[in-house]
Design a protein around this ligand. Structure first.
Ligand SMILES: Nc1ncnc2c1ncn2[C@@H]1O[C@H](COP(=O)(O)OP(=O)(O)OP(=O)(O)O)[C@@H](O)[C@H]1O
Ligand SMILES: [Mg+2]
Length: 348
């Protein structure tokens, strides 16, 4: 996979009314990939995107594009286009003219405009819709027009700020696949903003997890899911069991009142840590035979697996298992060394 960096943010600080919204944020965006900014509302995703687009001027820090400093370059001179959540189509123009708008501003000749607009409408699956009024289209179709309008300018980077937020779940899923296909087909960089962890994991080559103006972790969806670097990421990415523990020595952790073998090392002796264990990584065994013993509080069938809340020494665990257990039943729980993820304990 291509690993060149197309956009680099270096120590970006953005303040609104004296309050730091981005606090020395640094980030490399790989070229020709699908990169997602993921984080809770207000963490600074849109602001970061707008710094890349040139709509927000950082108080300090540098934006590099292809290694060149573009911090002071206005938006229209950047090789970047944006698709906003509210598609901002022109209601009085038809589909063709909405897509052609930017090309007309650039004063391209009519034949070239026509060629590029029709090509782009075909790419987004709207061939034959040229003359349709945008007001007479579904949300999904309008979204495609907005995407075609962003892509027709042949940007090297397309910024998408929660572009599917207004769509219903089914259409949203369809458009997710569609966007992924488009990104591959156009072979350009997409930077996508969402607060939906599942969407981020499904669509992205690289996920940037953000919280309170800081990058928490950057990695592939697998890395982020399987090897969260801190409890915020683990918690935000998916339901997990997060417990306080202590690292007794290399490869030896204590939590839930007993000692476990793990694969982590390099912590100080007796360092307080947080332990993350995925619900699907806990093996249910007969009571008395497991490393831990718990009592099933409730069982919900989820289609493929059973989701159970299990009380273990007064603490509630979440377990996903293909094995059905009964409410009130005592069960054993086994956890392999690979399934135990150790992280330094976060400051409160
Ligand atoms: N124009 C502005 N003036 C003042 N404060 C702002 C402005 N824009 C954003 N903020 C604040 O900056 C912080 C980050 O906002 P931002 O829009 O980047 O968050 P976000 O991660 O995109 O959130 P959401 O998921 O809700 O869209 C928030 O606390 C927000 O209130
Ligand atoms: Mg936002």
């Amino acid at each position: 996979m291509e690993q060149n960096v197309i956009v680099s943010l270096k120590d970006i600080v953005v303040e609104y009314d004296g309050e730091k919204v981005l606090d020395k944020l640094s980030l490399d965006i790989p070229d020709k990939g699908f990169v997602t900014f993921l984080g809770p509302s207000g963490c600074g995703k849109t602001t970061t995107l707008r710094v890349v687009g040139g709509f927000v001027e950082p108080k300090s820090g540098v934006v590099l594009f292809d290694g060149k400093d573009i911090t002071d370059l206005p938006p229209y001179r950047r090789q970047v286009n944006t698709v906003f959540q509210k598609y901002a189509l022109f209601p009085h123009l038809n589909v063709f003219e909405n897509v052609a708008f930017g090309l007309r501003l650039k004063k391209l000749d009519e034949k070239e405009i026509r060629r590029r607009v029709l090509e782009m409408l075909e790419v987004v699956g709207l061939k034959g819709f040229e003359r349709r009024a945008v007001t007479q289209m579904s949300g999904g179709q309008q979204q495609r027009v907005a995407i075609a309008r962003g892509l027709v300018n042949q940007p090297r980077v397309l910024l998408l700020d929660e572009p599917l937020g207004a769509l219903d779940l089914k259409l949203r899923k369809e458009m997710q696949l569609e966007l992924k296909r488009l990104q591959r087909e156009m072979n350009i960089t997409f930077i996508y903003v969402t607060h939906d962890q599942e969407e981020a994991l499904t669509m992205s080559d690289t996920v940037v997890v953000m919280n309170q103006g800081h990058v928490q972790q950057i990695g592939s969806p697998e890395d982020i899911y399987n090897e969260p670097e801190n409890a915020f990421v683990a918690d935000f990415i998916g339901a997990s069991n997060i417990l306080d523990g202590v690292m007794l020595a290399d490869y030896r952790a204590e939590f839930s009142g007993r000692e476990f073998v793990c694969v982590d090392k390099g912590f100080a002796r007796n360092q307080p840590v947080q332990v993350v264990i995925r619900p699907e990584d806990i093996k249910v065994v007969p009571a008395g035979q497991g490393m831990l013993t718990g009592v099933v509080e409730d069982v919900i069938f989820k289609g493929v697996h059973f989701e159970m809340h299990v009380d273990c020494d007064g603490r509630e665990w979440l377990i996903h298992s293909t094995q059905a257990c009964r409410q009130g039943e005592a069960i054993g729980m086994d956890i392999g060394p690979d399934e135990i993820h150790i992280m330094a304990r976060m400051e409160e």
